[in-house]
Design a binder for this molecule. Structure first.
Ligand code: MN
Ligand code: MN
Length: 474
């Protein structure tokens, strides 16, 4: 086919990557293979604790070791850090002194979900059902969580101090749980005029867990509840008070699946932001010994404002770099740590909104991400005039644009929505407090924060490639 002559308009106008069309057969195989690995990860890893366990295990297989296994750190050393079982970091020591700056990719491993209350279990005498009371976590549209099979993940700290891991609902043989909605026949008065955030209210997100009374104690006041307690006691050796010291999370029970007749997308729970966690983990395994020290951070608590010891506002990032420096620099001083941070560049790796075919009005289409056009780069987020956002420097955006164009990583420029439409924050602003360059980037999703989010396979792979190229580059 004859090559079309480039017009003046072609030459001067912005080029939108046409990711799928530019892809060769060989690349296509890599994209689909990567998606298979990612789907199996997404299907089984559904909480921040499980993410940390997965990352640590995979990192050990890839030759990473906890810091205390190293006396001194030298180029090529691969280090694992964790914090409270909910935050992880992986580092590959570069050829240059750490003081000259690191290449950081920071994602988050917490996802919107429905947590159990600390005294969750009760029996409703009128319906004769046993239920769990819940308190949701993160920004969910509550009605979406009704009538879908749900699983229970988490830990229970028993009175003897033992930590019990719980996963029920993921095996096809397992039972699942459900939040029941009201039948349409009877919802005219009770529900039809409610506004969207209250179609189901917070206190109505009650999870059905049982219907069968216990036969053990004929005088028991709540026999269905007692039966559940007996089951829990037999399975985990716990009593009701043990649930007070538990973190039990209700998440969608279904595995990740291919979406579309063309299998071009992956649907599943928790792309936000485990897609960036997984791709940045795989990326740091594949960069060899880079010039600059590479760091992948996997934060908790992003969905509730990055608070707490395991969130991006906690002291973990600084402490991690300090601990690395102590083992890498002979005369370590605090000023070296501050310089190492200030000379660093970071990607705040998080998902963005893809253009929704039925709600285009929320997007400014000229600056919105579309599924299938590669990793999105987003200079600022926030709301009401960039409020609360990290507005990245043009120089850093320029550096990334040059890098991704040179290494042929499909990328697109994106903004979350129209100027006054809404907004959102990421870990970027908290990283920027360390005086380093940071910008948001990640794949676009459809149905973000729902039990079944959609991402494009080409975007997932582009995200992985973007992280590899970023951390490999000088
Ligand atoms: Mn996110
Ligand atoms: Mn989110």
């Amino acid at each position: 086919m004859a090559k079309k002559k480039q017009t003046l308009e072609d030459k001067l106008s912005i080029k939108q990557e046409t990711s799928w069309q530019d892809i060769t057969k060989a690349q296509e195989k890599k994209i689909y293979d990567f998606s298979e690995d990612y789907k199996s990860f997404l299907s089984k890893v559904k909480t921040e604790r499980e993410s940390v366990d997965f990352i640590v295990e995979a990192a050990k297989k890839a030759g990473f070791k906890p810091l205390d296994k190293y006396k001194k750190l030298k180029a090529g050393d691969k280090v694992i850090f964790t914090n409270m079982g909910k935050l992880a970091a992986l580092a590959v020591i570069g050829k240059e002194p750490i003081e000259k700056g690191m290449k950081v990719v920071a994602s988050h491993i917490d996802t919107p979900r429905i947590d159990l209350k600390q005294k969750p279990l009760y029996e409703d005498a009128d319906s004769e059902l046993a239920l769990f009371k819940t308190h949701y976590y993160g920004g969910i549209k509550k009605y979406q969580w009704a009538n879908v099979p749900l699983a229970l993940h988490g830990v229970i700290i028993r009175s003897d101090g033992k930590s019990i891991n719980v996963t029920i609902g993921e095996d096809l043989e397992d039972p699942v749980f459900v939040i029941g909605d009201l039948l349409p026949h009877l919802s005219h008065k009770a529900q039809a005029d409610r506004k969207m955030p209250e179609v189901l209210k917070g206190e109505e997100l009650r999870v059905i867990i049982g219907n069968r009374p216990s036969k053990s104690d004929k005088d028991a006041k709540a026999k269905i509840k007692l039966n559940i307690l007996e089951i829990l006691n037999k399975k985990y050796g716990i009593i009701e008070e043990d649930l007070v010291s538990a973190e039990l999370q209700i998440v969608p029970a279904s595995p990740a699946r291919d979406v579309g007749l063309d299998r071009s997308m992956v649907g599943g729970y928790g792309h936000d932001d485990r897609v960036c966690a997984y791709t940045s983990m795989r990326a740091i395994f594949d960069i060899g010994t880079p010039k600059k020290t590479a760091l992948a951070l996997f934060f908790d608590k992003e969905e509730v404002g990055s608070i707490g010891a395991t969130g991006a506002q906690g002291g973990f990032f600084e402490m991690t770099v300090g601990e690395m420096l102590e083992k890498a620099v002979p005369n370590y001083r605090y000023s070296i740590l501050k310089r190492a941070m200030a000379n660093s560049r970071a990607l705040s790796a998080d998902v963005d909104a893809g253009v929704h075919p039925m709600f285009k009005s929320v997007h400014e289409l000229g600056n919105a991400a579309k599924l299938g056009h590669g990793i999105g780069i987003c200079k600022f987020g926030g709301a009401r005039g960039k409020g609360g956002s990290n507005d990245a420097n043009a120089e850093f955006l320029g550096e990334l644009r040059r890098l991704f164009n040179k290494t042929k990583v499909p990328w697109q420029y994106t903004e979350l929505g129209k100027v006054d439409e809404g907004g959102g924050g990421t870990v970027a602003r908290f990283l920027s407090e360390h005086n380093l360059e940071v910008i948001d980037c990640g794949p676009a999703l459809i149905s973000m924060h729902s039990p079944f989010e959609i991402a494009s396979k080409v975007d997932i792979y582009s995200t992985y490639r973007a992280f590899v190229e970023f951390q490999k580059a000088d």
